[in-house]
Design a protein around this ligand. Structure first.
Ligand SMILES: [Zn+2]
Length: 242
């Protein structure tokens, strides 16, 4: 049985929502992820997590939003960036559409860290709406999970095309990963990026921040299991509070 709205008839969708009035909107980005990973890493991973959460809870997965705020990669081949206010409107209007069909909670399952502030502002815009609430899910306890399962440090807390993301991709879509092109790159600390407006594309030659060479499918499977179970728990608890 599919959990994805795009494969459901109107009647099948209505039936699922009557039983469990929650949907999941996967969010991500279409942006460069080094020479060894595809452009869609963030959305591919968000969709996998969304499906697992839906299977565990009864929520229904909406078609994913493939674009995010990716300004930092604007000059790298294939990257698409939209304004954060555009994404905010997409989230709010998607939730308003769902509210008309009896959906009480919309969960954003996000694979692209830079969407975080936008997600927060969208959920605030709807917080006083009696019909629907928007909730934000992004790799729970990320630092602790990485500390336990990854062998290389992040580049100043940034997770991009590194051991972490590469391991997750090896677990879900190994055919899309070219480990012969995986590299280790830790660019110098950069004031322009952290305190100014410099795009990340000017910092890393490979587009990798961290050590992708240490990635394995085993690490990816272990971390995905932790994330999907923790996110499913959050969905259940929030929906049980109604
Ligand atoms: Zn990513």
């Amino acid at each position: 049985m599919t959990v994805e709205a795009k494969y459901l008839s109107r009647d099948a969708f209505a039936e699922r929502v009557a039983k469990f009035p929650a949907v999941i909107l996967p969010l991500g980005a279409t942006e460069q992820h080094g020479h060894h990973l595809p452009l869609g890493v963030d959305i591919i991973l968000a969709e996998v997590l969304a499906r697992r959460i839906a299977e565990a809870t009864g929520a229904t997965v909406l078609p994913p939003m493939p674009f995010g705020y990716s300004w930092v990669w604007r000059d790298d081949p294939g990257s698409v960036t939209i304004e954060s206010r555009t994404l905010e409107d997409v989230i709010v209007q998607t939730a308003e559409s769902m509210a008309r069909h009896g959906v009480r909670h919309m969960f954003l399952v996000n694979g692209h860290e830079a969407n975080g502030a936008t997600m927060k502002y969208a959920s605030r815009r709807l917080w006083d709406n009696p019909g629907i609430k928007v909730w934000r899910l992004f790799y729970p306890n990320l630092a602790a999970v990485m500390a336990e399962h990854c062998d290389s440090p992040t580049w100043h807390g940034i997770v991009h095309a590194c051991e972490f993301e590469t391991s997750l991709m090896l677990a879900v879509a190994p055919e899309l990963v070219d480990m012969s092109k995986a590299v280790r790159e830790y660019p110098p600390q950069d004031r322009g990026y952290f305190q100014g407006g410099r795009p990340m594309g000017e910092l890393s030659r490979s587009g990798v921040f961290g050590d992708a060479t240490l990635a394995t499918a085993e690490k990816g499977h272990a971390m995905l299991k932790i994330f999907s179970e923790s996110m499913a728990d959050a969905v259940r608890e929030i929906c049980a509070g109604d």
